[in-house]
Design a protein. Structure first.
Length: 104
């Protein structure tokens, strides 16, 4: 089974929690970690931006990836949200089995 970590930034903890609760309830992700107080610096529409953001790290299986990314985009307030998938190369087998079972 191929599994993924999905890195997402959100403008607030409330939005991050709303996205997380929705995608976990819908079994698109097995679980998530939410990190508050992240400072993001980037160029957007010709301006240098510095924003406080919240990071979500979601865990899912590859078969749910497209549906998960589409759902995050539907729920997200940004026009162009950061949604990045990273492969999980190795992990504790019982955890990876649980992840698979939770996203069926």
């Amino acid at each position: 089974m191929k599994t993924k970590l999905i890195y997402v930034t959100a403008p607030s903890r409330e939005e991050a929690e709303r996205i997380t609760e929705t995608v976990v309830t819908e079994r698109l992700a097995a679980c998530a970690n939410i990190f508050d107080g992240v400072i993001s610096v980037y160029h957007w529409e010709g301006k240098l931006c510095r924003e406080n953001e919240t990071v979500l790290i979601l865990k899912t299986r590859e078969g749910q990836l497209d549906r998960l990314m589409d759902r995050i985009k539907e729920l997200h307030s940004y026009d162009c949200p950061c949604i990045v998938a990273l492969p999980i190369e190795q992990g504790y087998a019982p955890f990876l089995k649980w992840l698979e079972d939770e996203t069926r």
